[in-house]
Design a protein around this ligand. Structure first.
Ligand SMILES: NC(=O)c1ccc[n+]([C@@H]2O[C@H](COP(=O)([O-])OP(=O)(O)OC[C@H]3O[C@@H](n4cnc5c(N)ncnc54)[C@H](OP(=O)(O)O)[C@@H]3O)[C@@H](O)[C@H]2O)c1
Length: 393
């Protein structure tokens, strides 16, 4: 029994959280759930707690916590709430593995707590690394945490790189970061002006949460992933080339100086990278069917269009600018996506809000967590103003 690895799943009620629990359930001889967290989906979280019997369940506020506690009365699960509780279950001495699957900037503090406690961190929440790459990677190094990428592209790159690092001395030339192109890949600029939130969240290949689905449609997701790749693998933005690949079968590739290109492929199902992260350096059965090449039949590759999908360019430029620019970009994008989803602004207003916010806020260095949090706050205030301005036009 003592060999059981204890796992905390931050964002357990989301798309990644549920896929993680699916893999956990397949390997109950290896993993035991220590804590499950959600924002406010109390019914969903209660059902998961009854099934997986964690020691702790965490929600964001006290009202949700009291409803959850009623639902879990008579069980051994203790209900907590708030950011400090998220940090507590992410860094608890008994925890071995933390799945970082909260969406957006809300994941930063608990993810950092896990890194500071030297845990195995399975990083799905790319936003925390985009915001605070330097601070986060320093925490990982200083506390000897094991950071394993769960984003399918980064997980693929990790599998294709020597020792999971971009090492020119080992002949690595370039990372080829694949992108499905999202539901609007073939839309004209004028068609993009009138797309609805329902169209944007209907991703052709992946089943994901709403925010990342909109990010995929705008290609902001690829921009965030480019920044994530640079931090994870220690390379520059110019060493990462985005390649649109509509089938989402090649999850990313690494090109070497001798002309070799190593790709990682599979069906588009997040249980593959999740199982890889949970089992690393061993492999675990994930429930994902083997790839049927005869059914796939054809693989296509295209260059991204940075005119129609300006978010990708804004993200690339923000990383090159450095400092707080990626944190500003991330916060403005979060607010713009939420405003788009609630029909306050149009899809093509997302890059306008992000660019307007980046222009309005002075860039600072990001050598401390406080600087990152301050930039995040300023960007939220500024983008809120931009959204009201654009929404009133
Ligand atoms: N889905 C994918 O296939 C995929 C692939 C690669 C990377 N990722 C990344 O993984 C992360 C999660 O994505 P997802 O698609 O699983 O998102 P999702 O389905 O929207 O789930 C988000 C989770 O975070 C919780 N949450 C939301 N806001 C929170 C807050 N303020 N404080 C605490 N918890 C909060 C949600 O709880 P409630 O249910 O209570 O709202 C839910 O459990 C994102 O960073 C995304 O970019 C996702």
């Amino acid at each position: 029994m003592t060999d059981l690895k204890k796992i905390t799943i931050l964002g357990a009620t989301g798309s990644i959280g549920l896929s993680t629990l699916d893999v956990v359930a397949r390997h109950s001889d290896k993993f035991q759930v220590f804590a499950l967290t959600a924002h406010s989906s109390v019914d969903k979280l209660a059902a998961l707690c009854l099934q997986f019997q964690p020691v702790y369940a965490v929600v964001s506020d006290s009202a949700s916590a009291s409803v959850l506690a009623d639902k879990l009365a008579g069980t051994d699960t203790r209900v907590l709430h708030g950011v400090e509780s998220l940090e507590y279950v992410a860094s608890h001495d008994l925890v071995d593995v933390v799945m970082a699957a909260i969406v957006g900037a809300a994941g930063l503090l608990p993810n950092l707590a896990a890194a500071n406690a030297g845990k195995r961190v399975l990083l799905a929440n790319k936003e925390s690394l985009v915001m605070s790459g330097q601070v986060f990677m320093e925490a990982v190094d200083k506390h000897d945490a094991t950071l394993l990428p769960i984003d399918s592209e980064h997980n693929a790159i990790f599998q294709c790189l020597p020792d999971g690092r971009f090492q020119p001395t080992q002949g690595v030339e370039r990372i080829l970061l694949t992108a499905s192109g999202g539901p609007f890949r073939e839309f004209t600029a004028s068609q993009l002006k009138t797309v609805s939130p329902e169209q944007a969240v209907a991703h052709p290949n992946w089943s994901m949460g709403q925010k990342i689905s909109v990010d995929s449609a705008s290609l902001m997701n690829k921009g965030l992933e480019l920044i994530e790749a640079c931090w994870l693998f220690h390379c520059s933005a110019d060493q990462v080339q985005v390649v649109v690949h509509p089938e989402s079968v090649v999850h990313s590739m690494v090109s070497y100086i001798d002309g070799s290109v190593i790709a990682q492929m599979g069906n588009p199902d997040m249980r593959t990278p999740i199982a890889y992260g949970m089992g690393w350096p061993n492999r675990l059965e994930s429930g994902v069917k083997p790839l049927d090449f005869f059914q796939v039949a054809q693989l296509n590759f295209e260059e991204p269009d940075l005119e129609r999908f300006r978010c990708l360019k804004l993200a690339q430029d923000s990383f090159k600018t450095g400092g707080t620019a990626p944190a500003i970009l991330n916060a403005a994008n979060e607010l713009a996506v939420a405003a788009f989803l609630s029909n306050e602004i149009a899809f093509m207003d997302i890059p306008r809000v992000v660019e307007g916010t980046l222009c309005a806020i002075e860039n600072q260095s990001t050598d401390s967590l406080d600087a990152v949090l301050e930039a995040d706050l300023l960007a939220r205030e500024e983008s809120g103003k931009q959204i009201i301005k654009i929404g009133n036009v």
